[in-house]
Design a protein around this ligand. Structure first.
Ligand code: ATP
Ligand code: ZN
Length: 776
């Protein structure tokens, strides 16, 4: 039985990186073998940066070509890999000719990866320091990574027997079953079991046990060929372009039509009609016989966004993380055979095997979610630029708040800089008022809703308009604090405070999803009277309902939105005016375009301001601008209220004035001084182990090795130090950073050193992140 090609499913956690076992050597008295004339190099998804040579049996000659998947023996098992080269054996192969083993089977009649994509994955492997096979693993759809495809999935629902009593009984005995059943009880109808367990961080076994007990019904269902936003989209007639839009469309399309590779930054304020520019460029790319890929952050893959594309083009395929195997494979095949010429998707859609790629659009290009958090840790923007360059395509990076890297690149001529400085129809940007929460009287609602925000919400409610309230934190209160011993209740597995979720009356760890009952007395000093401090989206929702008892309110965060249907239903209710206020986390920050929204409240602008990350000001600026951009998009004027305890912070002040340029200029000055991107490059290594001292000591020796190799050069080694998240799921975490100027040869030196260490170390687990987007 073959093990999964590149791990079973790409969203499952990867096993710790270990040194791969070399195939067992045959007995010494094996008869001498004729050296092979031709061997195949096969990339396997193992964390060793090398390919493996195999001989090609006669019956497979001709079938084994570049880019096909093959099954090969590996150690005592077999694995599936991709053929990346076929040719005469190397000297190394010849020296070990008696050890070469033969390919067992060929799984494809035509290559699954074409030559340009094969080259692109090799570039990725070098760039991000992973095995070629691991990079290939990122581009193939999950079903192709397994030899056998699953055709059915499990749907779960709570049964009649799942009464509150039955649920309460599980609470002590089996916290995992309790968590699963409780969540199921909160869902109307059924939900895909894998979606649910992935989200809750559980295996499928609690579900099976619950099914045996009769509390959960599991139904095996065939994949349904349903896609987002497929139904009921009317063809829409495109509006006449405004001058700035027309100019941008022409500049970009000209390159697409004349097959000239070029990259563009399309900087356009929120509501300036960037999407219309993408649509027109794609239209012209299609007319020129070429294909298009549109990348959006997963979170904005809303029916609304997708609908815009479906309403214009016939052959759109959508790729997102919640698709079933069959849907993903079908979209991928349609792209490959030229049936789908427009692909809309999240990060990994950058690899869609379209025919004659003409343009890649990255909307909200500054979003950190374009960087993958696990191996291969690629950034879809960088991959898109590289792919476009290799395939003679055009890359369009669109944003109201470009990443400083992108903006700097545009300023220095790397990207052509196009801008849409005004909102569609000359509408004014919404007025932003900053409220200093330190001076706001703390009454019953004061800490959460300033007088100013209350007034605006009240006005909107009276006029029949709508409001959006944003707080990037879920739960009711993020901290349970004991005034007796001045400690907070923390997760047993992670070094973070537990969040009180009032709807379920549990304390939840946001890192590992563990829950406990709310203790009556302080677990540290046994004193009663713990205080719930701070606020999350649940608290905002409850307080809002108290403030405006007649208002119709919905909350959108990952606790209330379990399925795509939930999300779609809530948004469409909001769109059709069945709701007055929408409360939510970053789930509602972007992409939404509702004409009746006139008030937006940012309940606290401070959540991202004090993160230990050099991008915290940039993130804060982006979040405020995006959320603010949801208001006043049609004929009604918009009001934004930004509540903060840091009203003087440049990120807050400049965002309130919609002044990206001044913010970027100021921020770049400090980036330059500190040698951070875009002026410097960063490498980060994280050392994780259950044994904290082991993680610390290996991090320490890694640092010494880096100092020995780099001291006296332009590279700076920082650390080691405990990572900001210093304990997660029982693993202690230490990290170090290497900083070099852009273009320094030392960057590669440091990367190699760290990668070699990571490959040769079983414990602690060492993760190396090239150009990291986060420092936690
Ligand atoms: N030329 C045009 N004429 C009339 N309406 C337009 C035109 N271009 C765009 N619009 C409309 O203006 C609204 C805002 O456009 P769009 O959503 O593309 O802006 P955006 O720049 O992508 O905004 P955001 O960054 O906030 O998502 C949409 O409802 C869109 O249909
Ligand atoms: Zn935890």
């Amino acid at each position: 039985m073959a093990t999964g090609l590149f791990g079973e499913l790409d969203d499952e956690p990867r096993p710790p990186r270990r040194r791969a076992k070399k195939p067992a050597a045959p007995k010494v008295d094996a008869p001498p073998v004729e050296p092979p004339k031709v061997v195949a190099n096969v990339a396997l998804a193992r964390p060793v940066r090398t390919e493996f040579s195999y001989t090609i049996p006669v019956e497979l000659e001709g079938a084994v070509t570049l880019g096909v998947r093959v099954r090969v023996p590996f150690g005592r098992r077999t694995e599936v890999g991709v053929v990346v080269a076929v040719g005469p054996p190397s000297d190394k192969d010849l020296a070990a000719a008696h050890k070469l083993r033969a390919i067992e089977r060929c799984l494809d009649t035509e290559p699954v990866v074409d030559a340009p994509l094969l080259d692109l994955t090799r570039w990725m492997a070098t760039q991000y320091g992973c095995a070629w096979g691991e990079a290939l693993g990122a581009i193939l759809p999950a079903p192709l990574k397994r030899e056998r495809q699953t055709k059915r999935i499990w749907m779960a629902r709570a049964t009649e027997a799942a009464t509150p009593e039955a649920l309460a009984e599980l609470e002590e005995k089996s916290p995992e079953q309790h968590r699963l059943l409780r969540t199921l009880l909160g869902i109307e109808g059924e939900i895909g079991l894998r979606d649910l367990t992935n989200k809750l961080g559980l295996s499928e076994s609690p579900a099976r046990t619950l099914a045996k007990k009769g509390l959960v019904e599991l139904r095996s269902a065939a994949f349904e060929p349903f896609e987002v936003g497929e139904q009921g989209r009317e063809r829409s007639t495109p509006p006449e372009l405004f001058e700035a839009q027309a100019w941008a469309v022409d500049a970009i399309s000209h390159c697409v039509e004349t097959r000239k590779h070029r990259s563009f930054l399309l900087e356009g304020v929120t509501g300036s009609g960037k999407t219309e520019v993408y649509l027109r460029v794609i239209e012209r790319a299609l007319a020129a016989g070429r294909s298009a890929i549109v990348l959006v952050p997963e979170i904005s893959l809303t029916p609304q966004t997708v609908g815009w594309f479906r309403s214009r083009f016939n052959d759109v395929a959508v790729l997102h993380s919640r698709m079933t195997d069959a849907q993903r494979l079908s979209a991928w095949r349609r792209a490959r055979h030229g049936e789908a010429r427009v692909i809309v998707g999240a990060r990994s859609a950058v690899f869609a095997p379209v025919v004659d790629l003409g343009v890649i659009v990255i909307d909200e290009e500054h979003e950190p979610s374009f960087k993958q958090a696990s191996t291969p840790r690629y950034h879809a923007r960088d991959v898109a630029l590289e792919r476009a360059r290799r395939e003679g395509a055009v890359c369009v990076l669109g944003s109201a708040t470009p990443a400083l890297e992108t903006w700097h690149a545009a300023r220095t001529g790397v990207h052509a800089h196009l801008s849409l400085p005004e909102r569609v129809g000359g509408r004014p940007m919404p007025r932003v008022e900053i409220v200093d929460m330190r001076t706001e009287p703390t009454g019953e609602f004061g800490a959460l809703f300033s007088r100013n925000l209350r007034q605006h919400l009240e006005g909107a409610l009276q006029r029949g308009e709508q409001g959006i309230l944003f707080l990037n934190r879920r739960g009711y209160a993020p901290v349970l604090w004991c005034p007796g011993c001045r400690t907070t209740v923390r997760c047993a597995q992670c070094d973070v405070p537990m969040t009180w979720h009032r709807d379920i009356d549990r304390l939840v760890c946001h890192l590992c999803q563990n829950e406990t009952a709310v203790p009556r007395n302080c677990p540290t000093c046994s004193a009663p009277g713990g205080r719930m401090i701070g606020a999350g989206s649940e608290r905002v929702e409850r307080t809002l309902r108290k403030l405006f008892p007649s208002a119709r309110v919905a909350r959108m965060d990952s606790d209330t939105m379990h399925r795509r249907e939930d999300y779609e239903r809530t948004l469409s209710a909001f769109g059709s005016g069945e709701l007055d206020f929408l409360v939510g986390t970053q789930m509602i920050a972007k992409g939404l375009d509702f004409p009746r929204v006139t008030v937006v409240g940012i309940v606290s602008a401070d959540t991202s301001l004090h993160l230990p990350d050099f991008r915290s000001a940039e993130r804060t600026f982006q979040l405020i601008s995006q959320v603010a951009g949801r208001a006043g998009r049609a004929d009604l004027a918009g009001h934004i209220v930004v509540q903060t305890e840091n009203p003087e912070h440049p990120a807050v002040r400049f965002a309130a004035r919609h002044d990206f340029t001044s913010f970027a200029e100021a921020e770049l000055v400090s980036r330059r001084e500190l040698g951070y991107p875009p002026f410097g490059r960063i490498l980060r290594a994280v050392f994780e182990d259950e044994d904290g001292s082991k993680a610390a000591s290996v991090a320490d020796s890694a640092c010494q090795a880096l100092h020995a190799a780099l001291d006296g050069t332009d590279a700076v080694v920082l650390g080691p130090a405990p990572a900001p998240m210093s304990l997660v799921r029982g693993r202690y975490r230490h990290h170090l950073l290497v900083k070099t100027p852009v273009g320094s040869a030392r960057f590669a030196t440091a990367r190699e050193l760290l990668l070699e260490l990571a490959e040769s170390t079983a414990r602690p687990r060492i993760g190396v992140d090239v150009d990291p987007m986060g420092m936690l």
